[in-house]
Write a protein of this length. Structure first.
Lengths: 111, 115
């Protein structure tokens, strides 16, 4: 599976958009980009995933560059409850995939 | 809908003692995972079950760790004997199946402290 690079930490003002970048320059054609987050003292929570196209759900938007070497998770209106560690994970399709978590990005939403 | 249930939430033991963690996955989820999370690190997969079969236990330290998923529902992870380095959070997750599009749902974890 392709390795990902994320900033260690980021800050965002409450109510503003949070844009979390992820670099996955060695991604291959059948690999998906997944985002999970982990709020303090809780287990990780699935946010969104994509292959080639941009994706949006009730939690966030995922923007994948045309060459698929990087992506950005967008939380459109960050709240204090969005303070968490955000993990960008690249995994192969199929039935034998593994979630390999790195250290992620600690997003702190400030009032 | 009830989420993944884990117990206990916290456990403090002395080294060389045995310890067990219990997980009840979301109803209908065939796939169950155990992860280990050290402080400041992301979770690491220990073992993965499809129903009652362990389909990937390559990362499980089998000299002291064991796991079982009898009847393909609840699962227990055991450490015997525990070492100081085993202090960590042990997370259980479940999903509908092994395919990549099946998101994993995580429990709150069991925080183990070995003294």
């Amino acid at each position: 599976d392709a390795k990902t690079t994320q900033p260690t930490s980021m800050d965002c003002a409450e109510g503003r958009a949070a844009n979390l970048p992820c670099n996955h320059s060695t991604i291959s054609g059948n690999e998906y980009v997944y985002w999970y987050r982990q709020i303090h003292s809780q287990g990780p929570q699935y946010i969104i995933h994509g292959l080639k196209n941009n994706e949006t759900n009730e939690m966030a938007s995922l923007i994948i560059t045309e060459d698929r070497k990087s992506s950005t998770l967008i939380l459109p209106h960050a709240t204090l409850r969005d303070t968490a560690v955000y993990y960008c994970i690249v995994i192969s399709g199929g039935s034998n995939y593994k979630l390999t978590f790195g250290k992620g990005t600690l997003l702190t939403v400030n009032p | 809908e009830a989420g993944v249930v884990q117990s206990p939430r916290y456990k403090i033991i002395e080294k060389k003692q045995p310890v067990a963690f219990w997980c009840n996955p979301i109803s209908g989820h065939n796939t169950l995972y155990w992860y280990l999370q050290n402080l400041g690190q992301g979770p690491e997969l220990l073992i993965r079950y499809e129903n009652e079969e362990a389909v990937d236990d390559s990362q499980l330290p089998k000299d002291r760790f064991s796991a079982e998923r009898l009847k393909g529902v609840d699962s227990t992870l055991k450490i015997q004997p525990a070492e100081l380095g085993d202090s960590a959070v042990y997370l259980c997750a479940s999903s509908l199946g092994l395919a990549v599009y099946n998101e994993q749902f995580f429990g709150p974890g069991t925080r183990l402290t070995v003294l």
